[in-house]
Design a protein around this ligand. Structure first.
Ligand SMILES: [Ca+2]
Ligand SMILES: [Ca+2]
Length: 326
């Protein structure tokens, strides 16, 4: 760590003290007792690429610090069920913006407070994720792979750090010129040499958004990073997603199939599935060999499935999964 960097961190931490006094935000709970790094404690984001988002706590604003640099140490981490000294790293993940196929994969996502939509942030802002323990950093912009490594070591927890709320990272938003108000998000997972990697989650940095705006921003980023209609999250839109929709139709709590983002699984989500039907990511030619209904037969196939499933034909659903006829 160079002296300028260290000084900036110290200054940032000092300025952060009032925010810490208001609250610590909601940490990323990490548990390794199953052998897999399991994430919990975030905003449920079932209708999209990731299942959870951080940090939506009202105190989790990027703060205006010295030299007009926005920064936060939120979200923190609370690690349990791992051996002391285990190396844990945060790996930033690129995803396509499926609402705009012309754009390259996104590393940094921006939701604009002014227009209330996902947008390309002006001036290509830089978010720097910096280890407070001197383990390095990741610098991410919207469409370019990090020039640094894409992951940063966050912890090698000593026994006293296990189970307590830690703030091992600082998130800096470059503001030259001043960054626009909105949400600055990135997808990430946790990795370790000793444990299987976590599932992906979204970290969205809240820059002057209301809780309602932040909720919409997080859900929009998460949804746009998923193939429209891919309700079972396997980067392929096919009959399995229809069954996921049918199985939760009418639900306001199980929202993986809420493709229209209105917080209920309804007929609009069937339209989203139909429009996305047959797409995959990454596109693989071998998928063409998999027999799937296409074109005009799609709607008829869907309606047939819906009628059969509504009759409660468990054996029919079983035959769909096994490919057998009963
Ligand atoms: Ca799917
Ligand atoms: Ca819906």
């Amino acid at each position: 760590m160079n002296k300028t960097y260290a000084a900036l961190m110290l200054t940032a931490l000092a300025a952060l003290a009032p925010a810490v006094a208001r609250g610590h935000g909601l940490p990323i709970h990490v548990d390794g007792s199953s052998g897999v790094l399991t994430i919990s404690g975030g905003l449920p984001l079932s209708a999209g690429y990731a299942r959870q988002g951080f940090d939506y706590h009202e105190d989790a604003f990027l703060d205006l610090g010295p030299n007009n640099t926005q920064f936060t140490s939120l979200p923190g981490f609370q690690v349990t069920g791992v051996a002391a000294g285990s190396q844990l790293s945060l790996e930033v993940l690129a995803r396509p913006d499926f609402t705009d196929v012309a754009t390259p994969n996104r590393w940094l996502w921006f939701w604009d407070k002014e227009t209330a939509t996902l947008a390309v942030a002006p001036d290509d802002p830089l978010v720097r994720i910096a280890s407070q323990k001197g383990f390095g950093d990741v610098r991410i912009t919207q469409f370019t792979a990090p020039t640094t490594a894409s992951s940063v070591k966050i912890l090698e927890p000593n026994p006293g750090e296990i189970g307590s709320h830690q703030h091992p990272l600082l998130y800096f938003l470059d503001d030259s010129p001043a960054a626009k108000f909105g949400a600055y998000g990135f997808f990430a997972r946790l990795t370790s040499p000793n444990y299987a990697a976590s599932e992906p989650f979204l970290i969205a940095l809240n820059y002057s958004l209301s809780p309602e705006e932040y909720d919409l921003a997080s859900r929009t980023i998460n949804s746009d990073a998923r193939l429209p209609g891919d309700y079972d999250k396997n980067d392929l839109v096919n009959g399995g997603d229809f069954l996921a929709w049918q199985r939760t139709f009418g639900s306001t709590t199980e929202l993986a199939a809420d493709g229209s983002l209105n917080k209920v699984v309804d007929v609009d989500d069937l339209s989203v599935w139909k429009e996305g039907f047959g797409r995959s990511w990454p596109a693989t030619p071998s998928l063409a060999a998999i027999p799937e209904p296409t074109g005009l037969s799609l709607l008829a196939w869907a309606l047939l499935l819906m009628r059969l499933c509504k009759t409660g034909s468990g054996s029919f659903r079983h035959s769909l999964r096994t490919g057998s006829r009963e």
